[in-house]
Design a protein around this ligand. Structure first.
Ligand SMILES: C[S@@+](CC[C@H](N)C(=O)[O-])C[C@H]1O[C@@H](n2cnc3c(N)ncnc32)[C@H](O)[C@@H]1O
Length: 416
């Protein structure tokens, strides 16, 4: 976990750059780097100045956003990052986990509402989101039970939505928010298995609701992040537009499955704390366990990953024993688990110019990254969605203008 002074420095660097901070405080950029890495402690007076510089920066006018979006089931903001980087501006966030909120706030400028439980806001969504967003983003939790039997009538067409008793009904909250706000576009994300859950019934209900009840033009695709990052991670992405736009998944550019290998995200060995190396006890337990399953003809076991390999899917339970991705340290040496920083890299949250801030414990960080989306995949989806979002935005702008002129004309005729 990074301490608070370190991430205040990082946030300031992110906003202002090393040079500007160094110049303002009359120190070398190297000193600023040392503060950011935690090598040198930052004094309280310096922190105060940094906070003031940061506040001043944020009160100055920013580049206007090209489109707006809302970020539901936001986690630590993986979907948001991809849309931020494509000219989007977040105007509302919903995430109920306080630790995920902590990471989210440390990394993004949250100058809008960050709501908790979606059940508490879905009934009066217009009070929370007054402006119609251009895009709705939602990485909604995997369906723990079949939603096929849940009556859609309960969810749609009611002025106050419906009270969701079970987490599995969360999709209908998204549906009722789409119905109420009618954004020109949306992107939903889920595990690949959603397609096959409950013999395909869950997915059928979801598509039927989006296409037939809500009348969106919907297309979906399963994408493996392998190559964007050195991790095999398949997720389903459902894109919808409020009208025909010509959007096609054929525009999606994949770098190829071998573009990245584990060495691209590993920290130098001397920067990895010994605590990440498996104890003899755990390592022999995992080997015995795997052997037992191999003998029984099962495929279970640990995932020993070399530097030229692709890792298995990082899961939210990685904090338990890290067995799905163990970094091979060579013959005769116990493997180690990934550090949280390496998980940030494995999920594409770190950028060359900016490290993602991790303000929570290792356990929480592993859970948060294990639940997240691979950012470069989202960046690519946002890139191909953007022209169509802008097209619909313009169309609705033109429609509003036409309506405005028509109303004016009626008023003029009425007054003649
Ligand atoms: C699959 S994760 C989304 C991760 C996100 N896309 C990211 O990149 O970090 C689903 C998130 O929904 C949140 N969540 C679950 N139930 C919720 C509820 N009722 N209200 C608000 N958030 C909820 C969870 O805490 C979790 O962070």
């Amino acid at each position: 976990m990074e301490n608070e002074p370190v991430w205040i420095v990082k946030k300031a660097i992110d906003a202002l750059g090393y040079e500007k901070i160094a110049d303002h405080l009359d120190v070398s950029p190297r000193t600023v780097r040392r503060w950011a890495s935690g090598e040198t402690n930052v004094s309280k007076s310096v922190l105060l100045v940094l906070e003031q510089m940061f506040l001043k920066f944020h009160s100055s006018p920013k580049k206007p956003a090209e489109f707006t979006f809302i970020d539901l089931f936001a986690g630590i903001g993986g979907l948001r990052m991809g849309f931020d980087d494509n000219g989007g501006q977040c105007i509302f966030t919903c995430e109920w986990d306080e630790y995920a909120q902590k990471t989210y706030r440390a990394n993004f400028d949250v100058d809008h509402e960050l709501a908790g439980d979606i059940n508490d806001i879905v009934g009066d969504i217009r009070k929370h989101i007054t402006e119609t967003p251009d895009v709705l983003l939602a990485g909604f939790p995997c369906q723990p039970f079949s939603i096929a039997g849940v009556s859609k009538k309960n969810a749609l067409g009611r002025p106050h939505g419906f009270q969701c008793k079970e987490q599995g009904n969360l999709f209908f909250h998204i549906a009722s928010i789409l119905e109420e706000l009618r954004p020109p576009a949306f992107l939903l994300e889920n595990v690949k298995n959603l397609e096959r859950h409950d013999k395909g019934n869950t997915f059928r209900v979801i598509m039927d609701t989006l296409v037939n009840d809500l009348n969106y033009k919907v297309q979906y695709k399963v994408i493996d992040a392998k190559g964007f990052v050195p991790q095999h991670r398949e997720r389903i992405f459902i894109v919808g537009f409020d009208g025909e736009t010509g959007f096609t998944w054929d525009d999606f550019r994949h770098p190829g499955p071998k573009a990245k290998t584990l060495k691209d995200i590993l920290l130098p060995a001397n920067e990895v704390d010994k605590k990440y190396i498996l104890t003899d006890h755990l390592w022999s337990y995992l080997q015995n366990y795997a052997e037992k399953h191999r003998a029984a003809g099962n495929g279970f076991g640990f995932g020993l990953t070399g530097k030229n390999d692709t890792a298995r899917t990082l899961s939210a339970r990685y904090y338990k024993d890290g067995s799905e991705i163990l970094v091979d340290r060579g013959k005769g040496k116990n493997p180690r688990r990934l550090t949280p920083r390496e998980c940030a890299r494995l999920m594409g949250f770190d950028k060359p110019e900016k490290e993602f801030i991790i303000p929570v414990s290792d356990t929480r960080a592993y859970k948060q990254f294990g639940n997240a989306v691979v950012v470069p995949v989202i960046r690519e989806i946002a890139r191909i969605m953007k022209p169509h979002i802008m097209q619909l935005k313009e169309r609705s702008g033109a429609a509003c203008t036409e309506q405005h002129f028509a109303q004016q004309e009626i008023r003029i005729i009425a007054n003649m």
